[in-house]
Design a protein around this ligand. Sequence first.
Ligand code: SF4
Length: 186
Amino acid sequence: MKKVIEKEIHSIDEGIKCCIKCRLCESRKNAVPGEGPVPCDLFILGEAPGSMEDRLGKPFIGMSGKFLEKMLADIGMTREQIYITSSVKCRPPKNRPPKDDELRICKENWLNKQISLINPKIIILLGKTALKQMMGISESLMDCHGRMPDHDGRKYLVTFHPAAAMRFPKIRQEMEKDFRKLKSLI
Ligand code: SF4
């Protein structure tokens, strides 16, 4: 079964790499499908590839990625235990937030298929865009971080994007608390 899932994920990855279904394909260097073990109980969803990810085609490899790895290490985990991807697979121009239609198109064509195949028990939503992408809500993260709602048969953890936690010590403290809740779940 694992081999079948790996093959299907590989086929999705190849589809993403040459996808032209939304305007973000026009300015990207590389689409970034995601990476990690499949199937996998834990799934991290970020916003969109940044410049380094766009250049190398891998998720969370810049400063935010290093920060995320440190947060995971603090709860005794490594990124190799988690499938990591983003809400859209191509870098928006000048790192602007993805637009609603881009989110919808990428979710319908790719993200839903990734989740269905990888079949995680817990999906960690990093930041407002990931929250909107999966829950359809635009709420202040200061109000809703740390929540662990059930949705479509899975558990979610709502928390901040590492890029925000890197810049603001208060957000970092809150994100650390959220990750400790994650530890208690697994
Ligand atoms: S963001 Fe998603 S839907 Fe848009 S071109 Fe990239 S892979 Fe395709």
